[in-house]
Design a protein. Structure first.
Length: 250
């Protein structure tokens, strides 16, 4: 028997130590794998949400907001989800490296592999609509979430810069309607000279985004009215001459 084995047996007898049963190590290994896989899946969900927020965002309206394109990008990046993804990547790395054979793999390969798998799974989940579903759910159910992310709703909540979004809640007549924005404010929108893009027709409950001019007092002169979900580029052009529109009330 080797000297190391003798010393180990001597220590076990002297300190009354008992070797852990094999199932302890197996359970630890399974837990590490389970947590690692779970964090990898959550990272994929974060990727799906990041892709949705990047593709759904309005990147063309920076001139309306008196920003440069780079300023708009820096403000609009989904930092919250990027931090979540980074944290989950670290958690996946830690758990994998502490599995039975995880130490054999180089750290950068483990990290890179985790990122690639999250990206691929995230793309699949994005195409399945999970990113949009999660973002909408958190936005509607957790007020704090809206303070942590800069969303498309935030872009179109700038009537002072000519950008207004929300739901049509009442048709006043053929030219005008009432709109509720994302802060639950009501607006009277004058749309006599507006261009309704993508064949959109005014109807109650329709979610729209509008470029135009804020007349003050919750009155907005519409120039272009687009459906909320569209990939049409917003054109930056001079506003038409304001026309006198008589407000009609019921």
């Amino acid at each position: 028997m080797s000297d190391l084995a003798l010393k180990t047996l001597s220590r076990l007898e002297t300190e009354h130590l008992k070797p852990r049963p094999r199932w302890h190590f197996l359970l630890k290994n399974y837990v590490l794998w389970g947590v690692g896989i779970f964090s990898l899946l959550l990272g994929s969900v974060a990727v799906a949400t990041i892709i949705f927020m990047l593709t759904d965002h309005e990147w063309e309206v920076y001139e309306y907001l008196d920003r440069t394109w780079w300023q708009h990008v820096l403000i609009s990046l989904p930092y919250f989800w990027l931090i979540v993804l980074a944290g989950l990547t670290v958690l996946t790395f830690y758990n994998f490296k502490h599995t039975r054979y995880g130490y054999r793999y180089m750290s950068y390969l483990v990290t890179l592999g985790s990122i690639i798998i999250s990206l691929l799974l995230g793309l699949v989940l994005y195409w399945r609509g999970l990113g949009a579903t999660l973002d909408n759910l958190l936005s509607n159910q957790l007020p704090l979430y809206n303070k942590l992310v800069y969303t498309k709703q935030d872009v179109w909540q700038n009537p002072e810069h000519g950008l207004l979004g929300g739901y049509i809640i009442e048709l006043i007549d053929g030219n005008n309607f009432l709109l509720r924005d994302f802060a639950n404010n009501w607006w009277q929108v004058y749309s006599r000279d507006a261009e309704w893009s993508y064949g959109v027709k005014p109807k109650v409950g329709l979610l729209v985004k509008i470029t135009g001019d804020n007349w003050g007092g919750r009155r907005f002169y519409a120039e272009d009215i687009l459906p909320w979900k569209s990939y049409q580029r917003v054109k930056v052009k001079p506003l038409k001459q304001k026309s006198v529109v008589k407000s009609t009330t019921k």
